[in-house]
Design a protein around this ligand. Structure first.
Ligand code: GTP
Ligand code: MG
Length: 242
């Protein structure tokens, strides 16, 4: 009748997805089946079979927005669902099969062993890997990470990497407000990373694999979305946003 908490998953893995049929199922198949993880897919108004595929491949929850609300809103909704379900850790991985979901097991081990509050995946640190043609993203993500590190005053080797695990309790910090109108898209993740560092939480990096499928496929729209990635650290550092 009651859920046995000793058996409950530790981590709600939130997977924001926009038209990722054909890929999201593969991502879900890769999630370690050791009982510590459950998947929450947030389908953001997809016009393909993303939701059906997610259910068929074992997602514990599929949240569906009728209209696209943005990656930031999707992550926030997924995390809030994870918190409602009582999960002490929240993660994010992409739905487009660029991360190796199997990395979640070693990442969680590392986070627990180092008693960290936040774990940031890195393709650029020792042990991290890039598979397939990264194109200009190799350079772009390194330059971005350098700028982010200067603003955050902490070296982060791969600040754009969408592989992250954090303690759910961080989000209760009154200095972190995810419900701001400028945090609906690619800006939410760097916002949380910057806040975690500057608020003194224990932030660690962990090597992960990033895979490029060579199809040049992305939902990021050039300068506009790079600016969204970049602005949280700049606006927080200069005090223009909180
Ligand atoms: N829910 C939701 N997910 C989104 C949205 N835009 C992108 N995503 C998802 O976010 C993840 C990352 O999006 P991508 O466009 O691949 O961005 P990226 O991986 O940072 O960039 P690339 O390296 O160019 O692939 C994928 O799983 C997308 O499906 C959105 O508006 N809503
Ligand atoms: Mg991608």
């Amino acid at each position: 009748m009651f859920e046995d908490l000793s058996e409950a998953p530790l981590v709600a893995v939130v997977i924001p997805a926009l038209n990722e049929a054909g890929k999201v199922g593969r991502v879900l198949d890769g999630i370690p089946r050791d009982g510590r993880f459950e998947a929450i897919v947030v389908d953001d108004g997809s016009t393909d079979q993303t939701s059906d595929e997610a259910r068929a491949h074992g997602a514990a929850v599929v949240l569906r927005h009728d209209l696209r609300a943005g990656k930031g809103v999707a992550i926030r909704d997924g995390w809030e669902e994870g918190i409602r379900r009582g999960r002490p850790y929240l993660a994010i991985i992409d739905a487009d099969d660029q991360h190796d979901a199997a990395d979640l097991a070693s990442a969680l081990d590392d986070l627990l062993a180092r008693d960290a509050d936040y774990l940031q995946g890195s393709r650029w640190m020792r042990g991290g890997r890039v598979v397939g043609p990264a194109g200009g993203r190799g350079f772009g993500t390194r330059v971005y990470s350098l700028a982010f590190s200067i603003l955050a005053m902490r070296r982060v080797s791969d600040a754009t990497n969408g592989f992250r695990i954090l303690k759910a309790s961080i989000l209760k910090d009154p200095a972190i407000d995810l419900h701001q109108s400028w945090l609906t898209s690619y800006d939410l993740e760097p916002y949380v990373l910057y806040k975690a560092i500057r608020l003194g939480y224990r932030v660690v990096e962990h090597p992960v694999t990033v895979r490029y499928h060579g199809d040049g496929y992305t939902k990021m729209q050039g300068v506009r979305d790079w600016w969204r990635l970049f602005r949280p650290a700049l606006l927080l550092r200069t005090g223009l946003k909180h």
